[in-house]
Design a protein around this ligand. Structure first.
Ligand code: 5GP
Length: 195
């Protein structure tokens, strides 16, 4: 296997629900096509406008089970008690071995798994400017009902406490700036701060 130094950088972007991870990742996708963004598998149905193979690989429960059984996922988790999400292992390994910078946008449970299995990964925590702003974004996007929103906000409180587990924090005050700060992590000599 290639030495960690020979492989290109893997950055993991995680953070609380509704902080805007998806929007920041979309900005990277649009403005920095040189950075490869992993396409996760999920058992949740596609939302309007989502394209299979682009936003996610939408798969059945049986297909997900098969991937887990054959160790085909680098990490996986049940997110918001609703559906399973996972990162296909082979695609990530392939990019890293070919020297392509790779970004994973995943939830906190998944980030913790990657931190254990790929210690060379740079762990980046995306944080809202304030809790009030997080609440405003969750209400504003209008994709969840009041009950689900309350549940996600409660989860967010716990999730915000995970910041210290990460190497770097980016505050998502505006998407463009957060996107550039994230891209800089691939270029700069920022190193792991975890022990
Ligand atoms: P959504 O259903 O809104 O697209 O995503 C819900 C959550 O799932 C987000 O927090 C997102 O970061 C997380 N997620 C997306 N893909 C993966 C993955 O491959 N693994 C894990 N652990 N979480 C993921």
């Amino acid at each position: 296997m290639a030495d960690a130094e020979d492989r290109s950088r893997l950055v993991v972007l995680a953070g609380p629900t509704a902080v805007g991870k998806g929007t920041v990742a979309a900005c990277v996708r649009e403005q920095h096509p040189d950075i490869w963004i992993s396409v996760s598998v999920t058992t949740r149905p596609a939302r309007p406008g989502e394209v299979d193979g682009v936003h996610y690989h939408f798969i059945s429960d049986a297909e997900f089970d098969r991937l887990v059984a054959e160790d085909g996922l680098l990490e996986w988790a049940v997110v918001h008690r609703a559906a399973r999400y996972g990162t296909p292992r082979a695609a990530v390994e392939d990019r890293l071995n070919r020297g392509v910078p790779a970004l994973l946008e995943i939830d906190l449970q998944g980030a913790r798994q990657v931190r254990r299995t790929m210690p060379e990964a740079l762990m980046c925590f995306l944080k809202p400017p304030s809790f009030a702003e997080l609440e405003r974004r969750l209400v504003g996007r209008g994709t969840e009902g009041p009950e689900e929103r309350e549940r996600r906000l409660a989860t967010a409180v716990t999730e915000l406490a995970a910041e210290s587990e990460f190497d770097v924090t980016i505050i998502n005050t505006d998407v463009e700036t957060a996107c550039e700060e994230l891209v800089d992590l691939f270029r700069s000599g920022v190193s792991r701060t975890r022990s």
